[in-house]
Write a protein that binds this ligand. Structure first.
Ligand code: AFD
Ligand code: MN
Ligand code: MN
Length: 395
């Protein structure tokens, strides 16, 4: 490996800034459309989700907030905010982004914010505004919208009308936000709709966010891209446009598979992180790093720790790139030298620095090993086994 990298101290500091929000739904039993495998240790209540999030943060030191899904975590809406606030106080885990749910209400069969019926659209907009109110009450900066709307057959819906209705709904929602809040607009090429999805790519999300108002941004879910797409280039464009709001970390082999970050293509994650780390401090401060996973097969808490430590390792690899040297090679078009330096950082073993960073903060050098040795997994499985039931996906 090359001589000691003068950037290491800087990259260690980079880890301090690399805070990752984890999803409440990542701790509960979920499944695929073909069924689910119930786990004895899965969280069966919002209190257990907060407990699991606190355990992940205790071990990693990098996950101080938990994203909430309004209908799953707060079925009573804002009336449940007091419960959330008490769990925040008890666990030290902050309430993170608020995620509206526009994909389970039977009225949304043909769409929610894009439904041809103005009455149904108003129900969906009311849910968005409820989510804004919940975020205001809990002190959450971001309302993070994933819109499942679309259609399954050509000719069955007006794509243009749905664009207009969606623009109107997002403007209405944005107008209800406080000055310190943001609306994150996520895109996804397909699923649950299989012919057209109303927010299918980053361009649509960008136009919608720009039209909604000055505090809307684009959220990039790493799994929401076709196989050939260059995600780091999309990230560079959104950063350049000042419109990158955040990420949902996961990986995919074929579609929106929600596999563990870096499990299929760690080099792609490294390239995305390398692009992000070119952001200015102001840009970086406005990027929300989140995990979006809910494993059907992997044990929930173990999978979450695995994702976080993988993200930290790849983040540190990217931060150890000799930027000045790379810029010189790029400027002189010294292709092989530039590539060898760039991918050399990916191949570098940064685990010693990771261990040093953790030990300097009183954290276990290997969080996964510490989790297995802690007895936490056995304890929650024993406590929760009798409470598991098949309540349908995303219970
Ligand atoms: C599903 C969607 C999308 C969304 C997440 C949480 O594909 O990624 O962000 O659920 O609502 O994974
Ligand atoms: Mn997502
Ligand atoms: Mn997804």
């Amino acid at each position: 490996m090359s001589e000691k990298n003068p950037n290491i101290e800087q990259s260690m500091n980079a880890l301090d800034a690399f805070q990752i929000e984890i999803p409440s739904w990542g701790f509960a039993n979920t499944g695929t459309r073909f069924g689910k495998f119930v786990q004895s240790g899965a969280a069966t209540s919002i209190a257990e989700k907060f407990a699991d999030a606190a355990e992940v943060h205790r071990l990693t030191g990098a996950t101080p907030s938990m994203a909430l899904h309004v209908l799953w975590d707060m079925p009573g809406g804002i009336a449940d905010a007091a419960r959330i606030e008490s769990l925040v106080r008890a666990t030290g885990i902050r309430a993170g982004s608020i995620n509206p749910n526009l994909f389970q209400d039977q009225r949304f069969k043909f769409g929610s914010l894009c439904h041809p019926s103005a009455e149904v659209r108003s129900v969906a907009v009311a849910h968005m505004i409820d989510s804004v109110r919940i975020a205001q009450r809990l002190g959450s900066r971001d309302i993070s919208l994933w819109l499942p709307d679309g259609s399954n057959y050509p000719g069955t819906q007006s794509i243009r009308n749905r664009i207009a209705w969606l623009q109107e709904a997002l403007s209405e929602t944005h107008a209800q936000m406080a000055a310190d809040q943001r609306l994150l607009v996520e895109y996804k090429p397909f699923e649950p709709a299989f012919y057209h999805t109303d927010i299918a790519d980053w361009g649509m999300a960008l136009l919608l966010a720009r039209g909604a108002g000055p505090r809307a941004r684009v959220l990039v879910d790493t799994g929401h891209h076709y196989a050939a797409q260059n995600i780091e280039q999309i990230v560079a464009w959104l950063l350049h446009a000042g419109m990158l709001g955040g990420f949902h970390f996961n990986d995919r082999r074929y579609a929106d598979d929600d596999l563990t970050l870096g499990s299929i293509d760690p080099y792609q994650v490294f390239r995305i992180f390398a692009e992000i780390q070119l952001a200015t401090p102001a840009e970086m401060a406005s990027i929300a790093f989140m995990v979006d996973q809910s494993h059907n097969l992997k044990p929930k808490v173990e999978a979450m720790v695995q994702t976080v430590v993988t993200a930290q390792e790849l983040w540190l690899k990217a931060a150890s790139i000799h930027r000045e040297q790379l810029a010189q090679f790029q400027q002189s078009c010294d292709l092989v030298a530039a590539e060898e330096l760039f991918r050399g950082a990916f191949f570098a073993d940064v685990r010693p620095q990771l261990h040093a960073w953790r030990e300097a903060r009183g954290l276990p050098a290997e969080p996964l090993h510490a989790l297995r040795a802690s007895g936490y997994l056995e304890r929650i499985a024993a406590e929760r086994a009798s409470r598991q039931m098949d309540r349908g996906s995303y219970a």
